[in-house]
Design a protein around this ligand. Structure first.
Ligand code: FAD
Length: 439
């Protein structure tokens, strides 16, 4: 009896943390919360029926069986664009797969499932449970006295429940809500129009002429995937330099951006025209937090999320964090750093700077709002800052070196970089790029 009362009292003084999502970011949050179970009690809510988030591939498009929009943006033949040698979490090394660096999506899903089992995370996850609404409940200037009301729905029983937490970690991903730019006259196009979110396999476009708008990772990857089956592919983009793609089949032609659709043709920005059967938008995704009440004070303007300190902490309510907002990074190791920094704050081991310093950090530093969270090579200084301020270990140096070598290789060989492997030396101090037929 006494033991039970003491246990209950212990639970009361623990910080109650809500994690939204059980993709890579939410799993990483759960792993560190579980490791710190003396200080934290936590619950992960996941609307899907299993872990993995965007790595859970399905042939289907449109809606899940539970009526919610399909979350994944994976296509059947997708292989990672980062090599597995530098993609993993630092505390759970090996991504298995074949002997190629760029592995199929199911290898990453297996890796995330192994991570879940290894750290015994399943017991903390409520599956088939959608977070509908979050609002701050107590307004106070005391960082550790704010708390949150979280309303969830069980998608099987339709039961609604409300919980109170002291902190929330938003890990809902940001590749599920397509950006569809307006093209003048597009309503007159009789062919199929889709976004890369709904692209699954090339067989659907056999012998068709496809125009792809957008030539970031997805646009280029999908162009090559289509080249197996489609008769011709136009890769249309607004970059100020040509990518000089060298596809063996000569089916892919790079063209400038689309101006309008007129007289059954796509009119390009240089005045030339293209006839196509299919239009695929590879134009990216919105950050979206539909469950967030306006009192959370988070705004998204052209994919610039404010007010955030270090792309992570809600400056208005610092017991709320967002894992995974920065782009052009190695995501899993960065999640590992962001989660630990947030937990250091909750534990009182790290302190936030004053409000004006945080607001200054949150200001737009790039030319365009939609590049506000693009880190690229700045991710290393960012991760180092989190480690230093949070009082935990830096990432091992090989991530930075491997990323540099891989990025240079990718830039030089944009059309066939996945045909090569990133091979580390035994001590991970050096990397070589090797044709994957030779390893
Ligand atoms: P997600 O994986 O999207 O997970 C979010 C989870 O939150 C989902 O399970 C979702 O169901 C759940 N959720 C959302 N809203 C709610 C709610 N209201 N209630 C309950 N649950 C909710 N990264 C790499 O490192 N290497 C690569 O090669 C690579 N290739 C990629 C290719 C594509 C096509 C895409 C789309 C992404 C790629 N990424 C790659 C990036 C990838 O998104 C990250 O690696 C990482 O998996 C993101 O994890 P996440 O947990 O932030 O988001």
């Amino acid at each position: 009896m006494l033991a039970n009362i003491m246990k209950d009292q212990m639970e009361i003084i623990k910080t109650r943390v809500c994690v939204i999502g059980a993709g890579a970011a939410g799993l990483c949050a759960a792993r560190h919360l579980a490791q710190n179970s003396k200080q934290f009690i936590f619950q992960v809510f996941e609307k899907a029926s299993d872990v993995g988030g965007t790595w859970v591939y399905t042939d289907k498009i449109g809606f899940e069986n539970n009526g919610l929009p399909i979350h994944t943006s994976m296509y059947k033949n997708l292989r990672t664009n980062l090599p597995k040698e530098i993609m993993h979490f630092p505390d759970f090394q090996e991504i298995k797969g074949n002997n190629e660096s760029c592995v199929p999506h199911d290898v990453i899903l297996d890796y995330l499932k192994n991570y879940t089992e290894h750290f015994k995370l399943r017991e903390f996850i409520q599956f088939n449970t959608e977070v509908l609404f979050i609002t701050p409940k107590i307004f106070t200037n005391d960082f550790l006295l704010q708390n949150w009301k979280v309303k969830v729905k069980n998608l099987i029983s339709s039961e609604l429940k409300e919980y109170i937490f002291d902190a929330v970690m938003i890990c809902n991903g940001h590749y599920f809500d397509p950006i569809i730019p307006h093209i003048s006259g597009i309503n007159n196009f009789c062919g199929q129009v889709l976004h890369s979110h709904n692209y699954r396999y090339p067989e659907n476009y056999t012998d068709q002429t496809v125009i792809i708008l957008g030539a970031s990772s997805s646009g280029i990857d999908i162009a090559f995937d289509l080249s197996e089956k489609s008769s011709r592919i136009f890769l249309s983009h607004n970059m100020n330099r040509l990518l000089n793609l060298n596809d063996d089949s000569s089916k892919i032609t790079e063209v400038v951006g689309i101006d309008k659709f007129e007289n059954e043709k796509f009119v390009l920005k240089d005045g030339s025209t293209v006839k196509a059967d299919i239009l695929i938008y590879c134009t990216g995704y919105h950050y979206k937090y539909a469950f967030m009440d306006k009192n959370c004070k988070i705004k998204v303007d052209e994919n610039y999320v404010t007010p955030l300190y270090k792309h992570l902490i809600n400056i208005e309510h610092p017991t709320m964090c967002f894992i995974g907002i920065p782009t052009h990074v190695i995501p899993f190791p960065m999640f590992h750093m962001q989660v630990q920094y947030f937990l250091s704050l909750l534990k009182g081991k790290a302190q936030l700077p004053n409000m004006s310093k945080m607001l200054d950090d949150s200001k737009l530093k790039s030319f365009k709002k939609n590049h506000a969270h693009k880190l690229g090579f700045d991710q290393w200084a960012y991760n180092d800052y989190l480690a230093k301020a949070g009082g935990f270990e830096n990432l091992p140096a090989f991530y930075k070196l491997g990323f540099k070598i891989w990025s240079e290789h990718r830039k030089r060989n944009i059309d066939h970089y996945k045909h090569f492997n990133l091979v580390p030396s035994d001590d991970y101090e050096l990397f070589r790029i090797v044709d994957n037929q030779q390893t």
